[in-house]
Design a binder for this molecule. Structure first.
Ligand code: FE
Length: 187
């Protein structure tokens, strides 16, 4: 099945399938294998220090252990946001993206403006997303390659102490795992 899916994705990339078929696949990636998968990985990392350590040291295996694997997820590296470092992902060459955990990339991720500018002037680009990263905080831009796909581990917001794994997963947004937004503090 994974091989079939990979073929489907290739055909779409080459314009060999109809928009209706594309919609169905997009729907699949958004609802079934989309950012909800990544969100459950993040929630687990927030609540399980051993898993978090594994995730950061071997993202591929840790993510595969949760059943999220497949095309564009063969080699994963997870980068952690901290009080001192903000991470953001891009593919400057094309649109490489960790499909098994984030689904299909948003249009802007594939756009030449984001791809060219986020490397050169990440702070300005993030500000345009409404994310003001303080000057004291380092911004690291991770350029996906044919070899590695990246995912950001966002910081757990304040006010979430009593939340279950499932509840935590619901507050993790796609863009927080790309690095173009933070997760809002729960009040
Ligand atoms: Fe690419």
């Amino acid at each position: 099945m994974l091989r079939v899916r990979a073929l489907e994705e290739l055909m779409i990339a080459k314009g060999l399938v109809t928009p209706e078929a594309l919609d169905r696949v997009v729907d699949y990636y958004e609802r079934e294998t989309g950012p909800r998968n990544g969100a459950s990985v993040v929630a687990k990392a927030w609540t399980d220090p051993a898993f978090k350590a594994w995730l950061l040291s071997d993202g591929t295996e840790a993510i595969h252990s949760m059943g999220f694997k497949g095309y564009q997820g063969e080699h994963m590296r997870v980068v952690e946001n901290t009080d001192n470092v903000h991470n953001v992902i891009v593919c400057t060459l094309c649109s490489c993206y960790p499909w098994p955990v984030l689904g299909l990339p948003p249009a802007w991720y594939k756009g030449s403006a984001y791809r060219a500018r986020v490397v050169r002037e990440p702070r300005a680009v993030l500000a345009e997303f409404g994310l003001d990263v303080p000057e004291r905080k380092e911004i690291r831009v991770w350029d996906s390659t044919a070899e590695i796909r990246y995912m950001v581990l966002p910081q757990r917001p304040a006010g979430t102490d009593g939340m279950s794994l499932e509840q935590l997963a619901t507050i993790v947004t796609r863009d927080s795992m790309i690095g173009t937004s933070l997760i809002a503090t729960i009040v």
